[in-house]
Write a protein that binds this ligand. Sequence first.
Ligand code: TRP
Length: 362
Amino acid sequence: MEKIILTGDRPTGKLHVGHYAGSLKRRVELQNSGEYDKTYIMIADAQALTDNFDNPEKIRQNIIEVALDYLSCGIDPSKSTIFVQSQIPELTELTFFYSNLVTVSRLQRNPTVKSEIKMRNFEASIPVGFFTYPISQAADITAFKATTIPVGEDQLPMIEQTREIVRKFNSIYDEVLVEPDVILPNNKACMRLPGIDGKQKMSKSLGNCIYLSDTEKDVKQKIMSMYTDPTHIQVSDPGHIEGNTVFTYLDAFSKKEHFEEYLSDYNNLDELKEHYQKGGLGDVKIKKFLNNVMQEELAPIRKKRAEFEKDIPGVYEILKNGSERARETAAQTMAEVKNAMKINYFEDEELIKNQSTKYSEK
Ligand code: TRP
């Protein structure tokens, strides 16, 4: 069986280092590993519209931002198909047929949808489109027979629901769909990178993000203002590592070589942590180190972005070509689905013949 990667993001804003650590970086590695037959990266605009239906301009503006972020991180259109969800009508068609296989109570139990409903104050009246987006996500994945979904932890319930739909479809109709597996980040700190204010999640509305497109100066400013340990007042005070954003970021991004290059008093992160906990290590020093680490990671991305920004029509062309290619694959799966569901009336000569015989014998 072919090994196929599919993943995507909602274009509701520019991508930040949380997206990068949690998924983007891994996608690029997987894309370049040579272990996969195909890679699909989807800009999930239709899903973004399920809770932004009243603000289509926002989604429209952010398609190009997300595309630029992808390309600048190293998603390579000659290796990966980058496409826009809404341009693949088969995805909507599949969603409609899959919705027969899912109950309302099953959707209500989806923990990610549950918490999103709370966050958006949708409790009183949930838009149907939003409520059912896990079904549409199952269509995204299965249309490409994806085997491997590199995403963050919050997407696990979606993949679980997809697997249930696949099993149900295959058992009722025919073995057409493929059950996907998840690849989670391999580093715990990368799973849920907090915002610079130490809050749980990086989010645009909280204003606590470091964006991939931020300037060198912005990044430095944000890091120097990062939340650390409120009980660490004097340099000599013992400090805490747990919940200390600077250390969470160092866990996610620092490598041994960074110490040799920028902070040679320490051999590794463990030594740095030990000193901080003992007392005698100031926040400014660890923040400056983190800034060096982050700038090293982000500088090549920034440079590549600047190149792609010079040819915006070219970037739209990449999305258009990708969407055309993606559509061919989705149409192929759609045909198989229709066959399995026996809604292929006009392609089925056998059916037409049998019906004729039935009536000629009357
Ligand atoms: N739900 C994902 C998110 O919010 C985006 C997404 C849509 C996706 N369809 C997908 C991710 C299919 C993986 C596979 O980030």
